[in-house]
Design a protein around this ligand. Structure first.
Ligand SMILES: [Zn+2]
Length: 345
């Protein structure tokens, strides 16, 4: 099944991978980022080595007009613009000739603990340790997921209360920094493509439309002004999108926009503003010994992308079927209306 799914994906499109952070084992002990955002450096290296041999890297900006080559097509994207993208991921991507796209958050460049999930995780972690409770990644993850659902103002109020008592948060988290504009320029000169991930990483579906519009348009203007090239790529923070948010991204002048919720395959039929990606973290890539495993990658990434594509094909097929059914019913209805007239003439 896995083999067939892979062949099917190969023939139909490309898988766009979402990475966030590439960390060394010692950084892993210090970070406040959740496990779902992290890949170890040696795992990333193992993945790139494998993919450069058995898969084919694609340049995202060239669109979905790729000819089937018998190899699985992959695109490597990073969200948020963490500094480890420059220090750890970029040298490896360069070594294995993998094109990289990084979606950055212009108002949060060069800062420590730039996003509220890490600040919240660091505060909760300190609280748990202070109370003698065991560090529980699952508990912290759940708390963060609940906060994501709240309107932005209410979420900020709660996080403000939580982090107010933790003045030492910043000093312990130098590993959790975003890239500076100098690092971004350096990578840009080395061939990395940069897209927008909004100005401040607001979840666009829970803020007022005017705020969403500002986040989408101003981040693009800032990236273009700093890098002096058009910024045509966008990724939705947390992968959250709605029809009005999609419309704002189209109006702002982007050419392609990427999701990150339900895994899927980027095919020719995809809406260019709703391109699915597959989120990748350490446990999607390694075996029980912690080594990169092609089989785990096929199962956790390729298989879930294929399932997403199958669901999409099924929905499209059902919609077509429904539309044929309605057309047929309308035709029958018209014929029935005509018949009495034919008799009387
Ligand atoms: Zn993000």
């Amino acid at each position: 099944m896995l083999y067939l799914a892979k062949r099917w994906v190969q023939r139909n499109g490309a898988i766009v991978l979402t990475f966030h952070r590439v960390l060394t084992d010692s950084e892993l002990q210090q970070t406040a980022s959740l496990p779902g955002m992290i890949v170890r450096s040696q795992t990333f290296s193992g993945f790139l080595k494998y993919a450069s041999e058995f898969c084919e890297f694609i340049d995202v900006a060239s669109g979905p007009e790729w000819k089937p080559t018998g190899k699985l097509k992959l695109a490597v994207t990073f969200d948020d613009g963490w500094s480890d993208n420059a220090t750890a991921a970029y040298p490896l991507a360069r070594q294995y000739k993998a094109p990289m796209v990084i979606f950055i958050v212009p108002e949060k460049t060069g800062t420590e603990l730039p996003f509220w999930p890490e600040r919240t995780a660091a505060a909760l972690d300190q609280d748990l340790s202070a109370n003698g409770a065991e560090h529980s990644a699952a508990y912290i993850e759940q708390a963060i997921e609940k906060l994501k659902e709240l309107p932005a103002s209410e979420r900020e109020r709660r996080i403000g209360q939580l982090t107010a008592a933790h003045t030492a948060l910043h000093s312990s988290a130098s590993v959790d920094r975003t890239m500076t504009w100098e690092q971004i320029s350096e990578l840009h000169a080395g061939g990395v493509r940069f897209g927008s991930h909004t100005s401040t990483h607001e979840i666009l579906t829970v803020v007022p439309v005017a705020k969403a519009e500002e986040e989408i348009a101003e981040s693009r203007a800032q990236i273009e002004q700093k890098l002096q090239v058009p910024c045509s790529l966008f990724s939705y923070p947390n992968g959250d999108c709605s029809a009005p948010v999609r419309g704002l991204v189209v109006d702002a002048g982007y050419k392609l926009a990427f999701l990150n919720q339900d895994p899927g395959v980027w095919t020719r039929e995809c809406d260019p503003f709703l391109i699915p990606r597959v989120n990748v973290c350490e446990y999607h890539l390694v075996d029980s010994k912690g080594n990169f495993s092609p089989l785990i990658f096929d199962y956790a990434v390729v298989w879930s992308a294929a399932k997403g594509l199958l669901a999409l094909v099924r929905t499209t097929y059902l919609q077509k079927l429904q539309s044929y059914w309605h057309t047929w019913l309308a035709k029958i209805g018209k014929q029935a209306e005509k018949k009495p007239l034919e008799k009387s003439s």
